[in-house]
Design a protein around this ligand. Sequence first.
Ligand code: DC
Length: 224
Amino acid sequence: MRKIIIAIDGPAGSGKTTSAKLLAEKLNYIYIDTGAMYRAVTFAWIESKLEMSDEVLQNIINNSKIELKPSPQGQITLLNGVDVSKEIRSDIVNRTVSPISANEFVRRHLVELQRILGQGKCCVMDGRDIGTTVFPDAELKIYLTASIGARAKRRLIEYQEKGISNLSFNEIADQIIGRDRYDSNRTISPLRKAADAVEIDTSDMTLVQQVDTIYQLAIKAINE
Ligand code: DC
């Protein structure tokens, strides 16, 4: 049995985070949600109340310790030792995370951290550029997609369950379209399917079906 890195990329609401978390649990692998790291930097910037600029973001990066800790919920995100797992899912973070994640310095720093966290481990890592940039040699690459309608519906249910936002279905759909556009068109490491990634459209799949499909591919890759 090989120790492998499983890279799961895809747009917002495609089912990455939930399926990656459950997959890691099933395989007894560590789970790393890289979006949480970009969200933590965004939260630190919001808290700073400063204008967004390269200098401000560099300063925030240089003074922020971002840690991901396993928990029964999947992962806890710590910013300078404080649990910000709930705060990083807020509306304001959703609205501002894309431009911050497009910043060259922020990306360089977080990609380096992600490589340190995953290198040589049995790991499921999800994000936008894991299969293309962070671990281009990952043994298994999955690219999840889903229709805008399916993705907005999932986010709406998540927001209602967690009580983190009052946005309507249409507002969420607009936000998702905006983030897709930003994440796919930025200059550095844009959201792209790696040439050797397996694409799975989850629009009509249940969560169990999504996890099971990836699990079968993972078992095959581990036993290769
Ligand atoms: O997966 P998410 O919605 O939590 O990601 C939040 C934002 O972070 C997303 O808009 C794009 C960015 N991101 C990224 O640029 N690269 C990653 N590897 C993960 C997330």
